[in-house]
Design a binder for this molecule. Sequence first.
Ligand SMILES: *Cc1c(COP(=O)(O)O)cnc(C)c1O
Length: 231
Amino acid sequence: MPTDIDVAANLKAVRDRIDAAAIAANRDPATVSLIAVSKTHDAPRIFPAIAAGHTIFGENRVQEAQAKWPPLRAAHPACRLHLIGPLQTNKVRDAVALFDVIETLDRLKLARALSDACQRSERAVACFIQVNTGEEPQKAGVAPLDAPELIDQCREMDGLNVVGLMCIPPQDEEPSPHFALLADIAARHGLPRLSMGMSADFETGITFGATDVRVGTAVFGPRGTKAGLDG
Ligand SMILES: *Cc1c(COP(=O)(O)O)cnc(C)c1O
């Protein structure tokens, strides 16, 4: 593990940039949460973030989070975990047991499984519906044209608490139109939260109304080679 990464200093620098972007957009900085994306990083890299008082983390794989987070959460009950990677229906019960927020609800079958698991468990889990704003075939998320129907169906399901929308714009495109589209769909459906923006573009996300930004590299440093974006 390289020792030249100062996670606490990085967190502060990112938080300062978030606050500045919010103020520039005439928004209250307190309305933007920083999700520190700790995927692929082990507990010793995560400790300094927790020690610095950070409580919101993102992971993209259920199995990896199950291996890493139960002891961290037991020691630090204030921590909150977001699932930001694709979710298979056979992992839904595990995900509901571990995560506080599931950002990758993108199909009816998954919504039904989540609704079921949320009703059985005692835990209050919030969901974002992931929209594939770039309509990329390899990427998860509901197509923009199909989003209204899925949003309506999810909102009618018992136990599902849909709070907002999430997107991952295509890597090689200017993210602004994608953020604008997501914000537009959310506004038309009265959904208050928008998860959009990563290390390279979180300030743009905030300009377009992001309430949740998912920042990994700028906080924890570079990941290993196998750590690409999922879905
Ligand atoms: C990995 C990941 C991030 C964080 O990406 P960085 O560029 O390292 O900030 C954000 N969102 C999702 C869905 C991810 O998988």
